[in-house]
Design a protein. Structure first.
Length: 212
């Protein structure tokens, strides 16, 4: 029997739990902190086909609007709340391929039935954080090659202390440099419907992620 997730209830609960973080998001970066290293960003590239399909199905979540790039101020409380949300989603959503769940090779959607693959975890985590008040420009859907060389999707969170990866394949939130992944492309900070290449330009031709 499938376990259904009430997204509205989940959003309300997470929004309440993350309310204390909102003030820290707007604060200036702490003076004297180590200089963070960010993923190298390249040229504009093609959005994943699954993202385009998701936007057709959820147009309100993909409104085109240029906005100022904002990074999260990674306070201790923000870090704790990020870990809690990542754990909550990883534990509540059960892994299932798109072919098993939807009868399609590639299908991006919120895991409303309690099942999903990598993109569905990413979409859900991102929505929960955005609805809780975190800036969209710091929450970037990202396509990578995982340790097996397979296509995979993660959520990169851009902070004043570097970029961190929320992943359904790894329980811990890691720095982008500690994952062992090859970064392909991600959403632009200034426009969520614009995608930019990352790292090795030889991998930027990947259009969709097939891993979970």
């Amino acid at each position: 029997m499938r376990i259904r997730i009430n997204i509205k209830s989940a959003l309300a609960g997470v929004a309440l739990a993350l309310a204390p973080v909102l003030a820290s998001v707007a604060m200036a970066a702490q003076a004297g902190s180590a200089m963070p290293v960010y993923a190298p960003v390249g040229d504009v590239t093609t959005p994943p086909s699954g993202y385009l399909q998701f936007c057709r199905d959820n147009p309100s979540d993909c409104k085109a609007s240029a906005q100022e790039a904002r990074d999260i101020v990674l306070s201790r409380q923000a870090w704790k709340d990020l870990i809690a949300l990542n754990d909550q989603v990883n534990q509540s959503v059960k892994p299932m391929t798109d072919l098993e769940n939807y009868g399609k090779v590639e299908w991006w959607a919120y895991p409303t039935d309690g099942y999903g693959d990598c993109e569905d975890y990413v979409l859900f985590k991102r929505k929960l954080l955005i609805d809780a008040g975190w800036p969209r420009s710091a929450l970037l859907i990202t396509v990578v090659r995982d340790k097996k060389g397979e296509g995979h999707a993660v959520l990169m969170v851009k902070t004043d202390r570097g970029e961190f990866v929320l992943d359904n394949q790894e329980p811990k939130i890691l720095s982008w440099r500690a994952t062992g992944y090859r970064y392909v492309k991600r959403q632009s900070q200034s426009d969520q419907n614009v995608w930019v290449s990352l790292g090795d330009t030889q991998t930027t031709s990947i259009v969709s992620s097939k891993g979970d």
